[in-house]
Design a protein around this ligand. Sequence first.
Ligand code: F0G
Length: 475
Amino acid sequence: MIRRSWAEPFKIKMVEHLRMTTRAERESAIREAGYNTFLLRSEDVYIDLLTDSGTSAMSDRQWAGMMLGDEAYAGSANYYRLERAVRDVYGYKHLIPTHQGRGAEHLLSRLCIKPGQVVLGNMYFTTTRAHQELAGGRFVDVICDEANDPDDLSPFKGNVDIKKLANAIESYGAGRIAYFCLQCNVNMAGGQPISLANVRAVREICQRHDIPIYLDATRAVENAYFIKMREPGQSDRSIEDILLEICSLTDGCTCSAKKDALVNIGGFLCLNDDALAEEARNQVVLFEGLHTYGGLAGRDMEAMAIGIRESVQIDHIRARIGQVEYLGNLLIKAGVPIVRPVGGHGIFIDAARFLPHLPRDQFPAQSLTCALYIDSGVRAMERGAVSAGRDPDTGENIFPELELIRLTIPRRVYTQAHMDVTAESVIDLRDRAEEVVGLRMTSEPRYLRFFQARFEPVEGQSVFRRMPARATVSP
Ligand code: F0G
């Protein structure tokens, strides 16, 4: 049988023009941005692969829904429609909307972590761990070893190592463990999924020790797709069905709706426990807004309710992950070192191997994001030592095993041609990688430093040792 290609299950109704820049303009823009792509103006970016967060294109139905915003302070009709969508698709009992994912993480951490407790999980996420630490907790990683090996081709590299989990419960004692924080399509590991079998095993062991599990449902829909495609016995099930089972094995979730759920802003906390939900509804008023809007406008909740239902449609998810895979395959074919298998939301380039001449304390991944931007106006994100930050107890830099840059694909935004241009730029850079110099940090914010830190090249005035002799493909 001939395998047919996927194509987008939509056509384009409105376009947003992109500004083309020259290489000299980009050199100057990144210098002014302190060699941090987060500090660039988006006007100076051609293809923006910084994040898939809040960058999705909404559908005509979502935009139409924006006109149905019920902007009442209390009891908005949109809240009730959102509640129904979340119940139908995720299955939890109580919904507390928040302005975005970290609002939900803040609430959950305040509610469930006592100072001195630990949170177990399958790899940290930046904002999630920051809130756990602010609440006095410490994060303990029990992800499988395969997650840290970019070349390991296991299908579920986001899996929890059940032995590490059992050992952690044994050494800390169940009473000191606030909860298990279960990541889906583990972001910092390269968007790697967990298997349903693994979630069931985690549930079994946590239940035995009375340890609640809270899911980070941010990319759970995309994880459900990988389960359908890769896990024996799951191929006939719908995305909805698999997702409901994942959620049913947990006690609640935090979710950034800015990813899977196809909105530009929004998030939520879900809880099954009545008393905890009542407390969360009480505390959300302090930090986000009344429990029927949580920092969102009515129209935002309507767009989210519609986006949640669109997100689980198989044609959508196949094209979304297909596009990520398309870019990944171009790079794999050219021999670029990327995390494999290709994950759900982006391509993660192994910067340590891409720039082997740079020591880790010169932040090779940060340098590579700058070189890529200068080369073609493509904006990527560092996911290595800068993102990992410092140990909260010793103050030392953390050098995680993976030193990556992420080319994150917004949903329903770019075309295959944008992917081609991106791949060409990465491949060109790989061929003259030795020209890229390292960076030193000149200013370091206290929290989540990767967002606002500033850098300078360790030598010269650019991240390129010398201007390349040959012409580059300026967009
Ligand atoms: N959990 C995961 C797995 C995330 O990827 C994010 C955000 C959050 C929680 C926090 O949600 O941004 O709505 O407050 N990730 C973005 C990213 C920032 O680029 O990966 P938020």
